[in-house]
Design a protein around this ligand. Sequence first.
Ligand SMILES: Nc1ncnc2c1ncn2[C@@H]1O[C@H](COP(=O)(O)OP(=O)(O)OP(=O)(O)O)[C@@H](O)[C@H]1O
Length: 472
Amino acid sequence: MPGILILDDDPDVALAARLALRKLGPVAVRHAPAELPAALDDIAPDVLLLDMNFTPGASDGAAGLALLRDVMARQGQAAAPAVIVMTAYAEVELAVQALKGGAVDFLTKPWANERLVACVQAALARRAPAPGGAGELLGESAAMQSLRAQIAQVGASEASVLILGENGVGKELVARALHAASPRAAGPLLAVDMGALPEALVESELFGHRRGSFTDARESRPGRFVAAAGGTLFLDEIGNLPLPQQAKLLAALERREVTPLGSDRPVPVDVRVLAATNVAEAELFDARRFRPDLLYRLNTVVLRVPPLRERGAADIALLLRHYLAQFAQRPVEVTPDALAQLTAYGWPGNVRQLRQACERAALLARGPVFTWADFGLGGMAPPAQGVPWSAPRGGGDARGGDPTGTSPTRADLGRPGVRPEHLGSSGLDLQQREREAVQAALAQADGNISQAAKLLGVSRAALYRKLDKHGL
Ligand SMILES: Nc1ncnc2c1ncn2[C@@H]1O[C@H](COP(=O)(O)OP(=O)(O)OP(=O)(O)O)[C@@H](O)[C@H]1O
């Protein structure tokens, strides 16, 4: 279960947040900044909700920014949480500073609970970048080399980029790499997960609102376009944006200005927009679902991130080495059988699922030699023997050859884990396998959506869409 830590000296605020968030996982509360280091060590939270001021009357956020720096400094040593800072409504400058300092998001007090939950959910889905090679797009396959070359080429421009790919392939990493390669790198990169955002909040979230513009708008609030000024706005899961809001986003992009809800005064904005979706291209180009004029605004350049199963066994082995070295923090080995199965596995949740499987194995395996069962990916017949292999100590070169050299037999086709490209020629087989994977995850999780999503390595929102797609 993901852990959430709240650091706020106001017990009422902390309690309200704790109650709203407890359905997402265990929530711990601390009130004094001095308690933070020990709490980070003991709880190792996935998300930290950080207040910015701890002295009565203080509003400059200096204390919060200093704590944020301390948390960020831990990224090189241990898994650091994704930090969401909590500011008062008028502190937009402070929010921008915190985003530049590494916070993934900000909340203005008082918040709507719906917004708090959506914000933490989105942060949980993306967690802080992995320590060691943080944010590095690993992979030596031709597809990954070409992707890195394209990032270097378009990163430096102001072009809007549409990033396409299945869940967990690394679209957000690509967005971060584009931002880092751009002249806006010193500015904030603000990610907004359209999939996690309740429809009613989309506009106020993107464009901001004036106090009193709707029932919950107790205070004015800057939108994401304004908060990302001078930097990059990453609109994730753009395929989920409802049509009416698509029209408003298009207007904002065309005019390069936004009008907060309840205001009649447009505000100029200075952001580069990157967008991503896991929606298949054919669906995206369906005008009933997505406005073509908005699509053309967003897709000056299109980057396609390939699914993990198409990158070849060597890339899978490389990622396994990387994540096992990171999570195990001790020398470990993987049996040849397990490695053969892992590289032949379909990875419906792509790199995110692989990362979680490694984290699970590192936590739960009893000895230093990991078997297929340790990765928690379900039953599968052992493929042919592969080459022996072990994870490097403390990171290092994670390259590995294709250890399997096996093609599945007809009998393999009904089993989980066979690579979809081995299954017939049409995409129908892939859809069937996705459906089976979703059913299997739901069964394993006893119908619990959060758990099933975790098993599949996708967000809850993505799982809901898959349930809808497959009529489950
Ligand atoms: N090539 C890669 N090398 C190393 N880590 C990667 C790579 N690709 C993805 N990851 C890791 O996999 C996880 C999922 O990546 P990311 O969130 O970027 O995927 P996504 O495509 O944006 O997913 P979603 O569509 O669900 O939002 C992250 O932990 C990321 O660091």
